[in-house]
Design a protein around this ligand. Structure first.
Ligand code: 13P
Length: 275
């Protein structure tokens, strides 16, 4: 049985003012209060609402993350936020290379690598996002694109960092579209990602560390599809957009992940076959 961390992370994207963030984070904290065997729950608000979210979850096991960060500590970089500024707020996690950053804000495999190095240097837990576009999938390029993104992100990263890094597979065509990647396919691609990591670190005998890396799926995750995902061997959790914006949709995802922590996650198919 896998002993990897199970994680449910809510990426709020460019939603939630401070007041709204306080309401949502407080509702999530209240919803899991007193629960055992919880997954790691991470709320990822926009920068301006990070502090409000942190205040709202104080005293709970919920962690707060940022959606992006610069790789430099400070300097004349108008509009950017540094790792030191995030640490100062009490941020624990940081998304790196989200497809919306890659698509709209010029994020490249190289800047993903620079951000990852900075996150590790500052002891922020990085969630590195990879995933193919619809065109790439339809051209049969899914595995090669994802493999390339993972290899570029991990360039010059020490093997010991594999105990900290989290990777999220978010196929671009499944984000915010309602088109979910089938759980079997997400599991397969995540398996490829794990194999890629093992391969990258085989020199020096560090392949086994790939087994430690929690792998998340993201793209139209909701209460209706989470159970099947949580029953898959390679899907250690979810990176959730739309369904993380309402406590009544996010909390069932946490509950489904709790079953994975308890080792009782089952797909409908599994449960039917046992009848
Ligand atoms: P949706 O869950 O809205 O598809 O977004 C996924 C995502 O991009 C999370 O980072």
């Amino acid at each position: 049985m896998t002993k990897r961390k199970t994680i449910i992370a809510g990426n709020w994207k460019m939603f939630k003012t401070r007041k709204e963030a306080t309401e949502l984070a407080s509702a999530v904290a209240a919803g899991i209060k007193g629960e055992k065997d919880l997954p790691e729950v991470v709320l990822i608000p926009p920068f301006t609402s990070i502090e409000a979210a942190i205040e709202s979850v104080r005293g709970s096991s919920i962690a707060v993350g940022a959606q992006n960060m610069d790789w430099r500590d400070d300097g004349a970089f108008t509009g950017e936020v540094s790792p030191l500024m995030l640490l100062d707020l009490g941020v624990k996690y940081v998304l790196i290379g989200h497809s919306e950053r890659r698509q709209f804000f010029g994020e490249t495999n190289q800047t993903v690598n620079q951000r990852l190095k900075a996150a590790l240097a500052h002891k922020l837990i990085p969630i590195v996002c990879v995933g193919e576009t619809l065109d790439e999938r339809e051209s049969g390029l899914t595995d090669s694109v994802v493999r390339r993104q993972v290899a570029a992100a991990l360039a010059e990263i020490e093997p010991a960092a594999l105990d900290i890094i989290i990777v999220a597979y978010e196929p671009v065509w499944a984000i915010g579209t309602g088109k979910v990647c089938e759980a079997d396919e997400a599991d397969r691609v995540l398996g490829q990602i794990r194999a890629t990591i093992a391969d990258l670190y085989k020199e020096g005998g560090h392949s086994a560390r790939a087994e430690q890396v929690p792998l998340l799926y993201g793209g139209s995750v909701k209460p209706a599809n989470i159970e099947e995902q949580m029953a898959k061997p390679e899907i250690d959790g979810a990176l959730v957009g739309g369904a993380s914006l309402k406590a009544e949709e996010f909390l069932p995802l946490v509950k489904a992940a709790q079953k994975r922590v308890q080792g009782t996650a089952k797909t409908t198919k599994d449960s039917l076959s046992k009848v």
